[in-house]
Design a protein. Structure first.
Length: 415
């Protein structure tokens, strides 16, 4: 059974010979984890009409290539996320691949600011005048990046979401061909947010939005009517798989006013998805198979690909634990107002800071089990923060026990 590396290393067809599809979206979403600073040109400051004309007349003369990034003096710090070694291997394969090596990379933008809790990066990939993929980076390993994710639970717009809309607005009028917008994890959230909130002119350029195991939005942030903005026009849709084809699930699929096959959004999650089931998104998701269990299914490198390398392999149905976790967290968050939710998030990150965890790798891949890490951290909090976090976690445990029984309690809290 092939996986993402098999696809990049062995797929010989160019985009002229085989159209852009779901696996390509996953590949480029991971390529967004490469730091292109100093190599990939920043977004152009030229007027949009001039910029687009230059691109149309000389599509292969502007931007960098994956080979341009193959400079060892830049490798330190070039690869981010929980699996930087996989991203490094991916770059090597992309630079050699007949399918990907001639893509042009442009519009690299990165913003990181601890004070405003902002972690954002985007890269655009173009194939001649045929299509462009506007890709948003997922969460890096920093506490800032992870804190911004948690802020989505009580904020209508976090800084990275606003930056994503601005980036899409800027790039859409400058890019040739069909426009794909996408990302993995937080990157998928940013892609969908930008598509939902951008101008009508920019949205009209979009052919497909790719959300790969991406969290949704706080309850009530978008209505079903908002998603009708991403309805496909009759006869539109290109060659990519239609959203909702195959096995599909949704946290509230019936609330989406857009029929699944008429929506520009392609939402894909693994069968034991955790991240992709967080918060709310009415668009039904395709469920695909992974070769690992639990949280590590979040990595698209573990998702199985069909033997003809055309698409991911459908899993049949979502695991019971994933839907149960979504329901538990939805009820838990629904019991808190925004102020209380912010207090809980403040206390949680104070606890993680007190634990000695330097970044997300220490939490997810460190030597201590998470329950022990959390227990040690809570003991180092001040009394007020300890009370806030203790009460919140107690409420969460009670909801989990009532909704899903002791097995889910054990899965969440390690008891």
């Amino acid at each position: 059974m092939p996986y993402l590396f098999d696809y990049v290393e062995h797929e010989l067809a160019t985009f002229n010979q085989k159209p852009f599809g779901p696996v390509d979206a996953a590949v480029l979403s991971q390529a967004c984890m490469i730091d292109g600073a100093g190599v990939v040109p920043e977004p152009s400051a030229l007027p949009a009409l001039i910029d687009r004309a230059l691109t149309l007349f000389a599509p292969d003369a502007r931007g960098a290539t994956f080979a341009s990034l193959m400079r060892s003096e830049l490798f330190d710090g070039m690869f981010t996320g929980l699996v930087p070694d996989d991203i490094r291997r991916l770059l090597m394969a992309l630079a050699a691949s007949p399918r990907f090596r001639d893509l042009r990379l442009c519009g690299y933008r990165s913003v990181f600011d601890e004070a405003s809790r902002t972690q954002f990066a985007a890269t655009t990939f173009t194939w001649r005048n045929a299509f462009s993929f506007v890709g948003f980076r997922g969460t890096d390993v920093s506490a800032t990046g992870w804190r911004e994710n948690f802020d989505m639970a009580y904020m209508d717009e976090v800084p990275a979401q606003g930056l994503a809309r601005e980036y899409l607005e800027h790039m859409a009028s400058r890019l040739p061909g069909e426009l794909h917008v996408g990302g993995h994890s937080k990157g998928g959230n940013l892609a969908l947010y930008a598509a939902l909130t951008c101008s009508a002119d920019a949205r009209e350029r979009i052919g497909r939005v790719w959300c790969l195991d991406a969290p949704g939005f706080r309850a009530g942030r978008f209505s079903a009517e908002d998603f009708t903005r991403l309805a496909l026009r009759a006869g539109a849709g290109g060659d990519g798989a239609a959203a909702g084809e195959g096995s599909a699930v949704g946290s509230d699929a019936a609330a989406c006013a857009v029929p699944p096959r008429a929506c520009k959004v392609e939402r894909i999650i693994p069968q034991d998805s955790l991240v992709g089931m967080l918060l709310e998104c009415p668009v039904p998701a395709r469920v695909v198979r992974s070769n690992v269990q639990g949280l590590m299914q979040h990595s698209v490198f573990t998702w199985e690909i069909a033997d003809d390398r055309s698409d991911f392999v459908d899993a049949g149905r979502l695991g019971e634990g994933s839907q149960a976790l979504h329901d538990v967290l939805a009820e838990w968050l629904g019991g808190m107002d925004d102020e209380r939710c912010e207090q809980v998030v403040d206390a949680l990150f104070a606890a993680l800071g007190a634990s000695g965890a330097r970044d997300a790798r220490d939490v997810f891949l460190g030597g201590k089990a998470f329950p022990q890490l959390a227990s040690d951290a809570v003991r180092n909090l001040d009394e007020a923060s300890r009370d806030v976090l203790g009460t919140a976690l107690g409420d969460l445990a009670a909801i989990a026990a009532r909704r899903a029984g002791r097995d889910l309690v054990a899965a969440i809290f390690g008891e």
